[in-house]
Design a protein around this ligand. Structure first.
Ligand code: HEM
Length: 219
């Protein structure tokens, strides 16, 4: 085993802040929706707006970080091993089968994670942001530029925003279970707190060998 620095400082800050904000947006959002009662409607609306603006700010920094570090490439979906990964979570995991994907610093996500995280980043979160902003502008239509959007009805916006909220919170629940399925039940959690993870040496060596064997691009 080698102790590898897998998750950098900003990555961990972004991960935990995003998790907290999504949970808080879920609670305040479902209070606005009328499903629960916690802060009171008026406060829930105020808190939801503040959290939404914080979320948007975080997203801007996260996009910048992903592109400047090249980490966005970790999320490019792949079919390789996808089926094996799904079978592992449905069956193999209950029989102590080996993990079909070997984690390395250069490839942190398994094929199912790549697919799901890419879907969140490219589809669900953008839908939440766009419908959330339209919702905001519709609710506070005194701004001139907002009136020019000429939104006729809240219905489609509200339904899409609520479906997105269900999907995000379902993802959060599944994610909580899946973080316990690492090398040990707490190894994934510890890695996202400290940044360090114990990775079998042969995985890293294999990953390095794979890179070394790639042809060097000609100029
Ligand atoms: C940048 C992102 C977001 C923005 C701008 C935003 C904005 C809004 C606004 C303006 C409302 C209506 C408040 C009112 O009635 O006055 C709302 C409702 C709601 N939001 Fe968000 N929101 C965002 C993200 C989220 C997230 C991530 C979740 C859940 C995880 C969520 C869940 C909800 C729910 C469930 C409602 C109630 C929908 C309904 O009953 O029609 N929102 N949001």
């Amino acid at each position: 085993m080698i102790r590898e620095y897998v998750y950098r400082g900003f990555e961990r800050f972004w991960h935990w802040t995003q998790a907290g904000l999504i949970l808080f947006l879920g609670v305040t959002g479902f209070e606005i929706h009328g499903s629960i009662r916690f802060f009171g409607y008026e406060q829930a609306v105020r808190y939801h707006s503040i959290a939404a603006l914080s979320f948007l700010t975080l997203i801007v920094f996260a996009i910048f970080w992903h592109f400047t570090t090249g980490e966005w490439r970790q999320y490019i979906p792949t079919w390789t091993n996808l089926r094996a990964q799904v079978e592992y979570y449905l069956l193999g995991i209950f029989h102590n089968a080996p993990h079909p994907t070997k984690k390395t610093v250069l490839s942190k996500l398994n094929p199912l994670q790549k697919l799901v995280y890419a879907g969140l980043k490219a589809l669900i979160i953008p839908v939440m942001v766009v419908t959330g902003l339209l919702y905001m502008f519709y609710r506070y239509p005194q701004r001139n530029e907002v009136l020019s959007l000429n939104i006729g009805s809240l219905e489609v916006i509200a339904v899409l925003h609520t479906i997105g909220a269900f999907l995000l919170l379902s993802f959060l629940a599944a994610h909580l279970y899946l973080i316990t399925t690492g090398r040990t039940p707490s190894s994934n959690l510890k890695a996202m707190i400290t940044g360090y993870e114990e990775i079998p040496q042969d995985h890293e060596v294999a990953a390095a060998a794979h890179i070394a064997s790639e042809p060097v691009p000609s100029k």
